[in-house]
Design a protein around this ligand. Structure first.
Ligand SMILES: [Zn+2]
Length: 1083
């Protein structure tokens, strides 16, 4: 599973795609569009801990035709095409600058109008270097630039990944420590990051502001071609690895950002399986094949990397002859070439273009089997923690688009929804608890198909393998039923039409699709055009029947394909500590081999690096990073058109926005009447609504009906504190979308889901429980910072407590006991689910939110009315008063891990702080300076940041994949002094303000605008208040920073601490600070 890239999730946990930095969305587990900026006023306040929704969307998305889809990640992130606006308006004018292109040194290789994305695309070749440039023009204001190098590694020392981190640490024109961070702080970017694939490295940026966009482009171009890191060993040490020795009497340790990032990756069983799969699928016959090694770096191999090799890799690969460059959006196409020629003209041609080619892997002649051990937690039934996964390399030659499309379709049919047969049969078998590593992957040279289960007991491993093969054979023999094919077809077509990439820029999504072929010297235009192959696939299915289309694919690519690799992963509790011991031994040997002088030299070098890291850039250097002026910033927030009215006595919000004929709707119910003890059942209740079936429809039929008629329905809880109020906003949201012409079906199905689903299927419910448990355990290992944040919130306020019951450690504990209870008292559980429904469903307190163009809003009103009339008309009373919290205490949650997640939080309102817009600027500044420098750069953690929830007043510090524990807490405690000692000049302040406005104004598609407006309504955030906060943000002064120090000090003195960490580190901390932590074992 090398390439599970952003298609699958936009989180940096994606297994083989490495991001430069960890984007912190600690609390909003669900959608970025409901995080900070969507609400336009606050830090990430929405505690959407819901899991089924999350899962449901993942399933839906995951298979949404990956070859077309590429990079989703947003709320409805689907396939990626152009801006919604592009459908409404004329395509951009034809490209006329051919003469200018010639003058600038480019020749036009090809030009096409791509109707799927209403864009003019021109492929240029830079004559002197051979660098290829795709210049895509349309009317999308969210402009995208990207430069991509082919960077196949030969070993697992992580060179491409460390280089990806390092080139953004200062360059010829921008000679400061981290221009990248300056851009993070002070630009209006809608996307800014960098990522490493197994065979390539991408540097994309995006912005809607043209001046800002070209600032970003210039910093990135200068960074990749003229980085300082090749002359400065310190960057290599900081981002890659180095020996750290503070005092010759102490032990030596390894430090480095990538080193720790990869330790985190290698602490997660799913990730380990992914890496082993990749390596085993390629390695054996062709040991030199680049996919047989880890481009991210294996923590065991990273310390073998030398500075010399690192420099040489840059010299060879970061050359225009090895680059592919992408421009997209509504900016001037000639200007693009002008900017590029300044850089490219400085180079000559290089033979790297040929030498970096990825060598194809020949198919194996027969199946193989690999057995590996992985570090599992010591508790629970260790025998039940096996993972098993079957993988096929589908072809050693590139497949035509038609076949790829059919394979994507087949993938969706087999695994795409809970009703899909392969998924359903595996999960219902009871042989394992959740799917792992499953689906078609086609972003690397060879497409691959995998399917597997985790949570398998050792004596069932064989049975899982047989069941997978039998099911595939059966599907090939019997085919798929017509409703399933129709449902998949509709889901895929809906996605294409909707083209909803969530918060991910559409142009970037297109770039990643195009690059997936272009990087292998194939046609970069082809992946952008799906209309013809889709039409002919549909025609074939209509003429020959789906069986004639899909059965031969299963036969050829899976059943009769000799290149099948089976991976079994066995749990091995001692592995983590064994690895620690091995590392310790190596470091002891290193120390023993050193003389006294060597040791004092090392201590001196450690100190030198630390000093360098902690010395701020001089103001003159900072000035060289281009930045907007405050006068470039609009004074008013973006308003979403909102009309508040009612239909049959129920409040309805209408947002008149262009949506390309799609209706987006949310129906919100008040959760206030649900009893406290039933809260942990709510996520499973939501899942049951969508996946349990009614009297007349099995869940498969219901699911297919939703797939055939709509663009999807989801149900999930939403909880947040409300500023100035004691009681939280606690709701269940039912979200749906469909073509406007199908609105009646949409509301009928939403009604069916809410009122007719029966909670009778004990076996299915049991699966939900074990899947949820597996998912929570994964989250605990991979996103421990979220678990820690939720835990601290639960100590500090009611909304936090409610959320933690439905998605935190308490929820995981609940799931453990529930697993037993399903067998002993199913009746009781079933009636509790019914009780939740009774407490919830009422027209009173219900709110409907609708987003579409005005005409469609009017024409669909009658269906809303009918839907509302069917809801019970109970009095809304009977609210359960809830003042529950977890006891305040410092807690350490033990998990098997090599890296920690450290949190500390407090409510700054209770220390007397009064909300002011400047707090957003200040907390962003703390994250981007103090915490970035100390927790990440010198501490060696992958991420360190703070988060202010302005609704509750909770201010939290969090770290991500952190080698330290107490040391990080000391850094948090030093924040007040940092603020008091701060001396920010005008430029720095302006940058901080602009960066904050960039968050607040983040780019949103229409559905996200309507949704954010709903959330603001639920949280009492008015447009007047947004205007006030914006004014406060824009007028933030140094005085505000100094005053904020007091609020932060209250956390130092009275805050709570929660760490998710290894047993060793917790023991050491408790020894050093006389039992500071109460210890809780979780995995
Ligand atoms: Zn990284």
């Amino acid at each position: 599973m090398l390439l599970r890239s952003i298609t699958r999730s936009s989180s940096p946990d994606s297994t083989s795609l490495f991001f430069r930095f960890f984007r912190q969305f600690p609390r909003s587990y669900i959608s970025r569009s409901s995080s900070a900026s969507a609400l336009g006023i606050s830090g990430r306040n929405t505690r959407l801990l819901s899991t089924p929704e999350d899962a449901g969307r993942q399933l839906f998305l995951r298979r949404g035709f990956r070859l077309l889809s590429a990079a989703s990640g947003g709320l409805n992130g689907q396939l990626s095409r152009l801006s919604v606006r592009a459908f409404a308006t004329q395509p951009a004018p034809s490209y006329t600058g051919q003469d200018e292109a010639e003058k600038l040194g480019f020749e036009k290789a090809r030009e096409e109008f791509i109707s799927e994305c209403k864009s003019k695309a021109v492929l240029f070749r830079h004559k002197k270097t051979g660098c290829e440039v795709m210049s895509v023009s349309n009317d999308d204001e969210n402009k995208v630039f990207g430069v991509v190098f082919r960077t196949p590694p030969k070993d697992s020392t992580g060179i491409p990944h460390i280089l990806e981190h390092s080139v953004l640490c200062g360059s010829r024109k921008y000679p400061l420590k981290e221009p990248f961070v300056e851009l993070l702080k002070g630009s209006l970017h809608t996307f800014l990051n960098a990522f490493t694939y197994p065979d390539r490295t991408c540097y994309p940026v995006a912005s809607t502001n043209t001046k800002d966009f070209y600032n970003l482009v210039d910093v990135y171009l200068d960074a990749v071609f003229f980085p300082k890191c090749v002359d400065d060993v310190h960057t290599f040490q900081q981002e890659g690895w180095h020996y750290e020795l503070n005092d010759p009497s102490e032990d030596i340790s390894y430090k480095g950002v990538v080193f720790n990032e990869m330790k985190g990756v290698y602490s997660q069983p799913d990730n380990i399986l992914g890496r082993i799969t990749q390596q085993a699928t390629y390695q054996a016959l062709c040991p030199e094949n680049t996919y047989g090694v880890d481009s991210g770096g294996d923590p065991k191999d990273i310390p073998k990397l030398t500075f010399e090799k690192f420099k040489e890799f840059h010299r060879q690969h970061y050359h225009p002859s090895n680059a592919r460059i992408w421009f997209y959006g509504d900016d001037d196409p000639v200007h693009r070439l002008r900017v590029l020629s300044e850089y490219l003209d400085m180079f000559d041609t290089s033979p790297v273009r040929d030498s970096s080619k990825i060598e194809p892997q020949k198919l194996f002649s027969g199946p193989r089997r690999i057995v590996e051990k992985y570090p599992a937690g010591g508790d629970g039934d260790i025998k039940k923690k096996h993972m098993v996964c079957l993988n096929w390399l589908l072809s050693d030659k590139p497949l035509d688009l038609q076949t790829q499309l059919a394979l994507g379709f087949l993938d969706h049919l087999m695994l795409g929804t809970p009703a899909s047969p392969l998924r359903k049969i595996l999960l219902e078998s009871g042989l394992g608890e959740a799917l792992v590593n499953s689906g078609v992957e086609d972003e690397l040279l060879h497409p691959q198909f995998s399917v597997g289960l985790k949570g398998v007991s050792d004596d069932n491993v064989q049975k899982v393998e047989e069941l997978i093969m039998d099911t595939l054979r059966k599907l090939a023999d019997e085919g798929f039923d017509t409703d399933a094919v129709e449902a998949s077809m509709n889901s895929i077509e809906f996605s294409l039409r909707e083209n909803n990439t969530g918060s991910f820029p559409r142009g970037l999504s297109l770039m990643l699709q195009s690059i997936a072929k272009w990087i292998y010297d194939m046609d970069p235009f082809e992946p952008l055009k799906y209309e013809e192959p889709l039409k002919s696939l549909k025609a074939r299915i209509a003429e020959e029947g789906s069986k004639a289309v899909f059965s031969p694919l299963i036969e050829k690519f899976i059943l009769n394909n000799p290149h099948c690799v089976t991976i079994e992963m066995q749990p091995y509790p001692e592995k983590a500590s064994q690895e620690e011991v091995e590392e310790r031994n190596i470091l002891e040997k290193v120390k023993a081999s050193m003389t006294e002088e060597d040791l004092s030299e090392l201590a001196r070098a450690t100190e030198e690096l630390r000093l360098k890291q902690e010395t701020p850039d001089p103001p003159e250097a900072l000035k060289c990073v281009p930045c907007l002026n405050l006068s470039d910033i609009p004074k008013e927030p973006t308003y979403v058109p909102t009309e508040v009215g009612d239909i049959n006595g129920v409040k309805v919000l209408r947002h008149d926005l262009f949506t390309n004929d799609i209706l987006y709707t949310e129906v919100v119910f008040d959760m206030g009447a649900v009893k406290n003890e039933l809260l942990p059942l709510v996520p499973l209740f939501c899942q049951s609504l969508l996946e349990m079936g009614t009297q007349d429809l099995t869940f498969v039929q219901l699911n297919q009906l939703i797939g055939r008629k709509t663009g999807g329905i989801s149900v999930y809880p939403f909880t947040s504190s409300v500023w100035g109020r004691d009681d939280p906003s606690s709701r269940i949201i039912v979200r749906g979308k469909s073509m406007v012409g199908r609105a009646e079906d949409l509301f009928n199905l939403m009604n069916c889901v809410l009122q007719e689903v029966r909670f009778t299927d004990q076996q299915r419910f049991k699966q939900f429980v074990s899947q949820s448990r597996a998912r929570m355990e994964n989250r605990l290992r991979g996103s421990g910072q979220g678990i820690a944040a939720a835990r601290m919130d639960a100590m500090l306020n009611v909304a936090g407590w409610i959320s933690e019951q439905m998605g935190g450690l308490s929820y995981l504990e609940f799931l453990h006991t529930l697993e037993q209870k399903v067998d002993q008292d199913w009746e009781g559980i079933s009636s509790s689910l019914e009780e939740i429904r009774q407490s919830l469903l009422s027209r009173n307190g219900c709110i409907v939110n609708m987003t579409a163009d005005g005409k469609s809003l009017t024409s669909t009103e009658k269906y809303v009315g009918k839907f509302l009339d069917l809801l019970p008309d109970k009095p809304s009373g009977g609210l359960v008063t809830c003042d529950a919290r977890l006891p305040l205490r410092n807690e350490a949650i033990v998990i098997p891990t090599q890296v920690n997640y450290v949190g500390k939080a407090g409510n700054i309102y209770s220390s007397g702080y009064e909300l002011d817009g400047s707090s957003y600027v200040i907390s962003k500044h703390i994250s981007n300076t103090w915490l970035w420098d100390r927790v990440r750069v010198s501490g060696g953690a992958y991420g360190g940041f703070c988060d202010f929830d302005s609704h509750s007043g909770v201010f939290s510090f969090l770290s991500y994949r952190d080698p330290n524990l107490l040391k990080t807490l000391d850094i948090y405690d030093g924040t007040g002094d940092f603020l008091r000692g701060l001396d920010v000049d005008e430029d720095t302040l302006t940058k901080a303000i602009i960066g904050t406005i960039g968050d607040v104004d983040s780019y949103q598609l229409s559905d996200a605008k309507g949704y954010s407006s709903l959330l603001r309504h639920l949280l009492n955030v008015t447009d007047e208040e947004r205007q006030i906060r914006r004014g406060e943000i824009l007028s933030t002064s140094l005085k505000d920073f100094k005053e904020f120090a007091e609020a932060v000090d209250s956390i130092k003195d009275k805050g709570v601490t929660v760490a998710v960490a290894s047993q060793e580190d917790i023991d050491a901390a408790n020894k050093e600070r006389s039992n500071f932590f109460e210890v809780k074992k979780a995995l």
